[in-house]
Design a protein around this ligand. Structure first.
Ligand SMILES: NC(=O)c1ccc[n+]([C@@H]2O[C@H](COP(=O)([O-])OP(=O)(O)OC[C@H]3O[C@@H](n4cnc5c(N)ncnc54)[C@H](O)[C@@H]3O)[C@@H](O)[C@H]2O)c1
Length: 322
């Protein structure tokens, strides 16, 4: 189980998985079109291919020529806001791209596939979602990820490839190595709050303060990127050894509101962050928290960094470095 391909391995989460795989002595191949990824995030020991996953022919050659054993598929566009404005871009990248990856699995008898899905596939306002909770994505982004899940289930259920669909909740933080972390700036709250560390009079936009949550702002379940990366290493080993297909929520089960996050950053930065309340954003969920009993049971998983202050500290440390 040595040759592993990571699509999106030059991105934020992908680069952390690559780092841990290389530490585990795997031979790692990265496919990325660098649309939101960075060459500097790719580990020196990884073999990098500048390639778009929508280019099936090239992707298939890379998989074949490098005798890929397992694929971890992360390449995607992931901004909820942008997906509402550019649905075609999201369909092409996330659905057609995923279909190509699955066809590569089928053509090359790939042993294992891990797909990075999201909590955005669930119906809003259930709060503690289980893997079998109702699926009803609110955003175009969530819809494209659910389509990806369905393509995998339909094509790989009785196929040679074992698959794991990992529904990440909100990922934040940076590697302890200090070498990698989040660079690209989008609509992610923790990244935007981290940037406040560099400003004299920082402010932050809060989209909606009239949700039916504890303080009126949206609630999410933040998971440290090192814990997410480790889950991939554990899941790969498990599905490979036991020939299993599995769907898992990857979250801590802790609800953190936008204001909770702002207060924690303020406390650690020792400065005030001015809140600018804006209209609700289309596609945003009100409250989503993981029920993580299944992953704890399946992997005997014990999160290492499930304290908000630890995640925030790690974000600030990385932001100061770049
Ligand atoms: N960050 C989160 O909180 C979060 C939460 C849930 C799910 N996810 C999922 O995790 C995955 C990785 O997210 P991330 O936060 O690391 O984002 P990211 O933007 O840093 O990483 C995505 C990577 O994929 C590459 N890419 C995009 N389209 C491509 C294509 N067509 N061909 C080749 N490469 C392509 C980008 O260049 C980038 O390096 C995504 O699939 C995302 O949907 C992320």
């Amino acid at each position: 189980m040595n040759n592993i391909l990571i699509t999106g391995g030059a991105g934020y989460i992908g680069s952390h998985i690559v780092e841990q795989l290389i530490k585990a002595k795997k031979k790692v191949f990265v496919v990325d079109n660098l649309s939101t990824g960075y060459k500097r995030l790719i580990h020196k020991k990884a073999n990098f291919f500048l390639c778009d996953i929508r280019n099936f022919k090239r992707l298939n050659i890379i998989v074949k020529q490098n005798k890929i054993h397992s694929i971890i598929h992360l390449a995607a566009c992931l901004s909820v806001g942008e997906s509402e404005k550019k649905p075609k871009k999201y369909f092409s990248n996330n659905v057609i791209g995923t279909r190509n990856v699955i066809n590569c699995c089928k053509k090359n008898d790939i042993k294992n596939l891990i797909f990075s899905s999201t909590c955005a596939v669930y119906k809003d306002k259930i709060k503690f979602v289980k893997e079998n909770s109702k699926l009803e994505p609110k955003s175009v982004y969530g819809k494209t990820k659910l389509k990806g899940e369905n393509i995998i289930k339909k094509n790989l259920f009785k196929n040679k490839t074992n698959y794991a669909i990992l529904r990440y909740f909100n990922v934040a933080g940076a590697s302890e190595s200090g070498k990698i972390g989040q660079i690209s700036i989008g609509d992610q709250l923790f990244k935007n709050l981290s940037i406040c560390s560099k400003k004299m009079n920082p402010n932050i936009n809060v989209y909606g303060s009239d949700y039916k949550t504890k303080d009126g702002t949206c609630v999410r379940d933040y998971i440290h990127v090192s814990d997410i990366a480790k889950i991939h290493i554990m899941v790969l080993k498990k599905i490979n050894n036991e020939n299993k297909n599995i769907i898992l929520n990857c979250g801590y089960g802790n609800g953190v509101s936008v204001l909770d996050a702002i207060y924690e950053f303020q406390k650690q930065l020792g400065k005030k962050i001015k809140v600018k309340v804006k209209d609700r954003r289309k596609g945003d969920m009100e409250e989503i928290i993981a029920n993580n009993k299944k992953i704890k049971r399946f992997l005997k998983w014990r999160p290492k960094k499930n304290i908000l202050s630890k995640i925030v500290k790690s974000c600030i440390k990385w932001e100061k470095k770049i």
